[in-house]
Design a protein around this ligand. Sequence first.
Ligand code: SF4
Length: 276
Amino acid sequence: MPSAKYMAGVDMPGKPEEIKMVSNAMANVPRRKMMAFLAGGERTSEEIGEAVGKSMLDYHLKILEQAGLIEIGAGKVRLSEFGKNFMETKVEKPKDAVTDLSGAKPVEITEVRQLLPCIADSTKFRIIAQMAPPLGGALKPLEPLFPRGRYSERIGALIIQRGDVLITIYGTGSVTMTMIKGEAEARGVLAELREKINEAIAKGVAPAPREKVRVEPMEIYRYLPQTDCGECGEQSCYSFSIRLMAGEVSLDLCKPLEDPEYRQNREHLLVLVEYI
Ligand code: SF4
């Protein structure tokens, strides 16, 4: 276990085995996502599973706990003092002031439509919904409400990642969701979104820690056609995903993605590249 001084959060770990434990704990994408999520406050393990995925959740939490980065007790998981100090260096500093959104009107969900299954996972669906009135310029200040949310100036939309589900709220009021189990789940998620947004409109948006690390090459690869056709000039779809992550190529070079068959994948990828 890490030393008492280290556990008290006075300092960074000093012993080589402590440094190794922390490095091992943080050398894993789900665990980094969990730490970033917990930087927003204590959560239940269910909430963590919802936000970052349930695969091997207990194991990942144990590793973080053994590294002294989190504490688990009374049904909640929270960052330890050391974990908080550690994350101070890993998250963007929030702005100090609460953003006033009282000029915006409360929103309602006026329409929800379930479309074809996602090609990347035929058990999941794509949903199109409508939020009214459109939030327009009020969308950008809502970004801090969501730990894995990002406002894209280019597409004029707020993109929110929730586990595998990607939600895009456009300034026009259109909302798309990909990789969702079905209309019932979508309606539940939309109701939560509406509540959170309306509360922010009523009370303003408080500053919140935000996550920096967002997309991995495998997440990109998953939505590429995976045919290794070479049209983009790369030997494989995986090498294309690595070069895309490095900013060396653009998504447009993958012409097969323009095939209607891949429309949803392309849409999902266009949103994912906003996180790079
Ligand atoms: S063009 Fe697209 S499908 Fe073909 S190898 Fe490149 S990334 Fe893969």
